[in-house]
Write a protein that binds this ligand. Structure first.
Ligand code: RP5
Length: 164
């Protein structure tokens, strides 16, 4: 796989508060990342062009966060064969349940790997993208293994503190 970049795409700049959690983790792992605001409803032509060109522009994975009638991840997936990871952004009206259901229930043949609502979902989207890149890159794989070990140690230590 020669493509190594990750795109973090969001439907509105208002999604950045959530999606910055993806970008921070990708930066920690030194993954080349581009961030874009592309609204499925307000910028449909740009959405289609971005998705159609993403592979030849060197992207390996697209992370797409959107809220409410969150059609961005699905429409990106409809226009590319790259893996698309959808992040349901928490909405004001329905607390993100609308975002989740808009993203997760894709028809067979056009997958979107959907994460949890909000910050945990944005973080896991980054870790999932890193897992995909790690299939072909041992340096990234080592970093991911180290991260998991540190996470386990931190959790074990917090468990021990309960018994101090
Ligand atoms: C969606 O509508 C965006 O992903 C965002 O979560 C939501 C609200 O967008 P703004 O009105 O804040 O631009 O398309």
């Amino acid at each position: 796989m020669s493509n190594t970049k990750v795109a973090v795409v969001m439907g509105s700049v208002s999604d950045w508060e959530t999606m910055q959690d993806s970008a921070k983790i990708l930066a920690d792992f030194a993954i080349e990342t581009e961030k874009h605001v592309i609204s499925a409803h307000r910028m449909p032509d740009q959405l289609s062009q971005f998705a159609k060109e993403a592979r030849e522009k060197g992207f390996a994975v697209i992370i797409a966060g959107a809220g409410g009638a969150a059609h961005l991840p699905g429409m990106l997936a409809a226009n590319t064969i790259l893996p698309v990871i959808g992040v349901p952004v928490r909405s004001h009206a329905l607390n993100g349940l609308d975002s989740l259901l808009s993203i997760v229930q894709m028809p067979a043949g056009v997958p979107v790997a959907t994460t949890a609502i909000g910050s945990a979902g944005a973080k896991n989207a980054a870790y999932l993208a890193i897992s995909i890149l790690a299939l072909q890159d041992n340096v990234i794989a080592e970093k991911l293994i180290n991260f998991r070990m540190q996470q386990t140690q931190a959790s074990s230590q917090s468990e021990l503190q309960l018994h101090d």
